[in-house]
Design a protein around this ligand. Structure first.
Ligand code: ZN
Length: 127
């Protein structure tokens, strides 16, 4: 179990002050905590803070957690479940975000061996 930063009554006091609009920085100074520790407490006890705000009839302050979720670079964007194949125009579910050709088209001989439609011809390139 994690060590408590504050005894429950002090924590309650901190949350009440936050509910009244005291900034985390000022709370840190008042309670002898670092800014990050105050943020951590506010995140951990966000539900309690909201309840206190309801009790006081004030709007809950913005959530203390500013971290952004960094998805894996190769991960598909959320909601992008299927896309249109660049070759046949049919819908398919890609394996990764760089996947723009459906498995059917990739399975064709033309894709595998570089048929006429896919080969590169440079200007002045004789047969
Ligand atoms: Zn296709």
């Amino acid at each position: 179990m994690r060590k408590r930063l504050l005894p429950p009554d002090r924590l309650d006091d901190l949350l009440r002050r936050r509910a009244r609009g005291v900034s985390p920085k000022a709370l840190g100074a008042a309670f002898g905590l670092k800014y990050g520790q105050v943020r951590g407490l506010l995140t951990t006890h966000a539900a309690r803070l909201r309840a206190l705000c309801d009790e006081l009839g004030v709007e809950a302050p913005k959530a203390g957690n500013r971290r952004r979720k960094n998805g894996a670079p190769e991960a598909l964007p959320p909601g992008a479940k299927s896309r249109k194949c660049l070759t046949c125009g049919g819908g398919f579910v890609p394996e990764d975000r760089c996947n723009w050709v459906c498995p059917t088209c990739k399975g064709t001989a033309a894709w595998k061996w570089g048929g006429e439609a896919y080969s590169l011809h440079l200007p002045g390139d004789g047969p």
